[in-house]
Design a protein around this ligand. Sequence first.
Ligand code: NDP
Ligand code: HSE
Length: 424
Amino acid sequence: MKTRKIAIMGFGTVGGGAYDILTANREYIRNTQGIDIEVRSILDRNSAPLSARGADVSLFCSSADELAGDPEIELVIETMGGVEPARSFIIKMLEHGKSVVTANKELLAKHWCELEPIAKAHGCGLFFEASCVGGVPIIRALGESFQGDKVRAIYGIINGTTNYILSKMSKEGCDYADALKEAQALGYAEFDPTSDVEGFDAAYKLSILGSLAFHTCLPYGRIYREGITKVTARDILNAHDLGYEIKLLAIGKRDGNSIEARVHPVFVPKDHPLASVSGAFNAVYLNGDFVGDLMFYGAGAGAHPTGSAIVSDVITALGGKKKYCDFDNCGKLDGSMELIGDFVSGYYICVTVDDKTGVLSRISTILSDNGVSIKSALQRAENNDAATVVFLTHSANEHSVMHSLQSIAKLADVRSIDSMIRVL
Ligand code: NDP
Ligand code: HSE
């Protein structure tokens, strides 16, 4: 059996995880898949990550030109992260006829349209299962499993770091900063965790998943995005009191030619399957017109779950398969499609007011004047003659709620609007 040689660019959490699997299961893969895979070179800044992982330091390579020029290497795994130099290195490998397997959702969401034609022009595959939802084979499922269905909606917990933080805050009352530090130490967070906590990472992934699900290009820059940094311990307590968990959700919906795409914290009812997805686990809840509801669940981040997705792509690519996305309107929404900004949702609103007669009624009147109907309300007395008022609304238009909040903020006895979180 011919040995197939590959290289890894970026030997950190994910690159190292993929290497572990390729090494530990080499014989198993040879026996079950009929492919013998050897890691011939590893590119990183220096050889320290190789020694740390027990890899042969003679595999170390510091030059992408050297990798590209090695005729024996037929495939390269990119697990460096970030846009540059990952983008230039990938282009170099494709131009030298090497297929690429990447976990880099930021690069894909921003440069998909540039990379795909280069891969095609050079007859190479560009694979990215590991870019979304860690070890869960959602990219393959979207591409190869419901070809006859129209996907109507995706609701996903697709960032492991934020789910880990929110779960720690919810279950253990852990402090936000401590939980983030733990997620970083466990290898879940991005190099700059702002990408996780401000929802960029989830928006990149929603751009990829939504594009595949809705068969149009969903530009990440047009996705409404809000992170978890404003979610407070009090919001979490209020959510529990009202029967909810708070999750960062990525939501994509298609109705005819209208698409809704947003990433933000959501009150998820405790009996919804997404409410019990904890820690670094991810889940994608999907509705297709004939298949109905499906949920994909598994480890959304980490060395070995993500490494598993990488290795699966490597085997598929070496088996001769190509992977492209084939969007005619790469980089912009198809002309026939409209991305809508005003959506309908339930809302949780938390306001601090002067504890005086009539405040609740004045706020209720504003909501009612804007067509926002209150589902439930609770009031708690606080120190300094203040009170916290919490409302849950029935489904309402986003713009009506925003308009109401602007008016509520102007009331003399309203001290602050503390939170507004959408409700699933
Ligand atoms: P790490 O930071 O752990 O690993 C990246 C490695 O690449 C590091 O060793 C880094 O070196 C090296 N590297 C970065 N830039 C260069 C460069 N210019 N030249 C040479 N080496 C370089 O990142 P992760 O493994 O966590 O993430 C890698 C990719 O996988 C990212 O795109 C990420 O979004 C994606 N991903 C990560 C997941 C996870 O669970 N961590 C899950 C799914 C996808 P140094 O440390 O010195 O900078
Ligand atoms: N930082 C990402 C996350 C890694 O936390 O989900 C997996 O893509």
